[in-house]
Ligand binder design. Structure first.
Ligand code: UD1
Length: 420
């Protein structure tokens, strides 16, 4: 077991490079199934979640090579076999494994998968994914903890999503690219990662318009080929380092941002009084002065991302005044609040809202990462807290942050990882 130990109160300085977006790379790897050819993902983040989806593809018969020197992943999906089933542990371990359902159904007309199950931040159903596949003509059967999909060939259709689910939009889009005729997904999710997936699919030969908006049109094609792709930067990793600079009142340069993708986060940090300067694909954070209390409501993109909610709660813990955070995307995503309270934060939870009274100082404590972004929030608090913080269950953090303690150490943080 590993822990991260942080001695707070050190200013950060210097530069940090942002990795490619985990939430782009996972569906892109799943989409590689569609070609039956060789694809290369450049600048891939070497993360636990990425390793899991690669193992899922391998369990289906793909040849996957991860080169940790060049950060390239080479995926040959020629020998994928629809008779194989990925081990249920892999699908249960990471919900995003379910993203192989659309590509498998589209290429082979058959797929059987373990149901992804619940997770810490909410029940996270898959009904929207399945409704989409049914609308494309697939027969879906559920039973004994498995979902099975069958179709001769999927047929394009009009699909309206009750909620703009990121995963459902991606899964249906991947199912529709090889379907017969045109598919229109309405009320589709607009996240930048969906646009990135469409860019990848289009370069493979797909015909997708409107990705990144609320209506996506897909004209089915007969086949796709393997390509090279460099995914977009991770806007959540960048936002996490921005809050780390703001809470420690530090000046740092963050390289690898897309200003358009970052707008919801940049606007909220500006409202908090954080000064910044954007130059090309970098931002300099001038973390001087007090943090102002703000209200936040998480929403699908271009609203404020739920994946930055925990990190913002950490920052608002030391703001001047009272902030209210309303979580509208997931029903149980305040698990970090009791841990932040152990560090002196004054947070009250009432249903889907959290009321945060800013305090003058935070203090180091023994805390536990309850999920990926909750873990990031604890690191942010610990950087500013008086004394030492010990964070356990750091495997959650490793699912989504490349080399976080070394990146922070290079910025001057007093941080180390220990085995216990
Ligand atoms: C993706 C991201 C995750 C992010 C989330 C919301 C990846 C790998 N993960 O997760 O980091 O927090 O988007 O931005 O990209 N829902 C249903 N039925 C469904 C599908 C979803 O009711 O069939 C609900 C969920 O329970 C949740 C909401 O829709 O309340 C949003 O979920 P969704 O957008 O699907 O998130 P994910 O794709 O799982």
């Amino acid at each position: 077991m590993e822990k991260i130990i942080i001695k707070g109160g050190y200013k950060l300085k210097g530069e940090v490079n942002i990795s490619s977006a985990k939430n782009s790379v996972l569906p892109i790897i799943a989409a590689s199934i569609l070609s039956g050819d060789v694809s290369i993902i450049e600048n891939a983040p070497m993360l636990e979640d990425v390793f899991v989806i690669c193992k899922v593809l391998e369990s289906l018969g793909a040849d996957v090579q991860l080169d940790t020197n060049t950060n390239c992943i080479t995926i040959d999906t020629k020998d994928i076999n629809s008779k194989e089933e990925p081990h249920s542990d892999l699908v249960r371990k990471m919900r995003a494994s379910f993203l192989i359902m659309g590509p498998m159904l589209s290429r082979f007309g058959r797929v059987k998968l373990s149901l992804p199950g619940g997770c810490n931040i909410g029940s996270r159903p898959i009904d929207l994914h399945l409704k989409g596949f049914s609308a494309l003509g697939a027969q879906i059967d559920l039973g004994h903890g498995y979902v099975e999909g069958r179709a001769n060939r999927l047929i394009g259709n009009k699909i309206y999503l009750d909620f703009p689910s990121v995963g459902a939009t991606e899964n249906i889009m991947m199912a529709a690219v090889l379907a017969k005729g045109e598919t229109v997904i309405e009320n589709s999710a607009e996240e930048p990662e969906i646009e990135d997936l469409a860019t990848y699919l289009n370069s493979m030969g797909a015909c997708i318009e409107g990705a990144g908006t609320g209506t996506i049109k897909i004209k089915g094609v007969e086949e796709l080929k393997g390509v090279r792709h460099r995914p977009i930067y991770d806007r959540i990793e960048a936002g996490t380092y921005m809050t780390a600079a703001a809470i420690t009142k530090s000046q740092i340069k963050i390289n690898g941002i897309n200003e358009e993708h970052m707008k919801p986060i940049l606007a909220k940090l500006s409202e908090c009084g954080v000064n910044m300067e954007i130059k090309n694909e970098s931002v300099i954070i001038y973390g001087e002065g007090d943090i102002k209390a703000v209200d936040i409501k998480t929403m699908p993109y271009p609203g404020f991302p739920t994946d930055m909610q925990a990190q913002m709660m950490a920052l608002l813990a030391i703001a001047k005044g009272t902030s209210i955070i309303t979580e509208t995307v997931f029903e149980n995503r305040f698990m970090h609040a009791p841990e932040l309270k152990r560090m002196g934060a004054n947070v009250k939870i009432d249903g889907r809202s959290a009321v945060i009274e800013g305090v003058k100082k935070l203090t180091g404590a023994e805390v536990k990462a309850t999920d990926l972004r909750a873990g990031a929030a604890l690191i942010i608090c610990a950087l500013a807290a008086e004394g030492c913080t010990s964070i356990s269950d750091v495997y959650h953090i490793d699912r989504g942050y490349v080399d976080i303690e070394n990146k922070l150490k290079a910025l001057g943080a007093n941080i180390e990882r220990i085995n216990y």
